[in-house]
Design a protein around this ligand. Sequence first.
Ligand code: NAD
Length: 252
Amino acid sequence: MSELRRAADALRHAGKIVVFTGAGISAESGIPTFRDELTGLWSMYDPQRLETANAFRENPALVWSFYLWRRRQAKEAKPNLAHLLVQSLESSRRQVSVITQNIDDLHERAGSTDIIHLHGSLNVPKCFACHRPAELAPEQFAVPAHGLEKEPPRCERCNGRLRPGVVWFKEDLPVGAWKGALTNARECDVLLSIGTSGVVTPAADIPVIAHSAGATVIHVNLEDVSLEGENEVMLVGKATEVLASLFEAAGI
Ligand code: NAD
């Protein structure tokens, strides 16, 4: 039996499905993954070096501006066919939940309703000092026209600097999100893992946890990222194309 047929059979018979996504699902919407080089003003920076609390301590304006730029990039992007197909699973009388590592809001904008963000969001900044979430007026999210550095706004309560509400390297995941993700991963029949390299932990453990609990894990990626276990299927290709073929084969 072909890998596509095995995956389609598993999907067709699943009552509970978890869709686990990484940067690769948004790549075809024009948002670069960690494996892509940055463009324009930011081309001289390595994103992984800007995504730490230390980088923010050293140069808050640089890191804040980097996230303003990423937020604009995400805002200008549109959900692609892969996000839309994930949403369409919800109308197939199955219980569907999305666990995403992405900080964009393309699943929401595609209409998915049950979404856990493991790594936070570009839209909800918080105070670097007291951690209180902050609301900003749209103009405060404006990307600086010249140069790369714009000082972050201040917290209304303690006057600390605001930082992006995302999870940086070496930071803990939000407790509620992680607990919810573990529960969903342990209870699902199929985990569909789309566009993730599986190197950023602990998020990368989610497919392993689902698999150990008895789920079939279907990977969709440009590269083979499977662990070669039983009940695991690797579908190599672009998320939009693979999901279209998979859902057609499953009759969804
Ligand atoms: P990653 O950048 O480490 O890996 C991306 C994976 O997607 C790779 O394995 C690549 O082969 C695959 N891929 C690329 N294009 C694809 C396509 N069209 N179809 C299918 N697969 C494709 O991303 P990650 O595993 O999500 O982990 C890194 C971290 O990156 C996450 O914590 C996430 O928060 C952050 N990130 C998020 C965004 C976003 O919100 N859109 C963008 C960049 C990075």
